[in-house]
Design a binder for this molecule. Structure first.
Ligand SMILES: [Zn+2]
Length: 125
């Protein structure tokens, strides 16, 4: 029956939604930055070199898909992964392509977020 086939196809809609969100290099890069914990937009800006507006735009997509959530703390909004198992998905894809999980790159510019400043004034003084 045609109706049954449609139901079967619809049952993939959640997976499709997740995969759609993942088919974007900037979003994958953002997820990698969030691998070591919650971060603010300025932190991602410093690490990825994207404009803040662009990062916010991608964060909104990730949040809408339920992959990340945000938390306001004073002037800052921190973003974190909702479910760490998303990294299982990314790692599985990399096993498939033969790539390693990327090492988190050093910040391209200095990040002034509270987390980075409190993490010790690493060499810069
Ligand atoms: Zn930072």
């Amino acid at each position: 029956m045609i109706v049954d086939q449609e139901t079967e196809i619809q049952s993939y809609s959640l997976e499709v939604q997740i995969f759609k969100v993942l088919t974007h290099p900037a979003r994958l890069a953002i997820l990698e930055v969030l691998r070591d914990g919650e971060h603010c937009v300025c932190h991602m800006e410093a690490h990825l070199g994207f404009r803040q507006a662009y990062i916010s735009q991608q964060l909104a997509v990730l949040r809408e898909a339920g992959l990340i959530q945000d938390r306001r703390d004073g002037w800052n909004i921190f973003y974190r992964i909702t479910d760490e198992r998303i990294y299982d998905v990314l790692s599985a894809v990399r096993r498939f392509t033969g790539e390693n999980d990327p090492e988190l790159q050093k910040a391209k510019t200095l990040c002034t977020c509270p987390q980075c400043s409190s993490r010790g004034s690493m060499g810069i003084k």
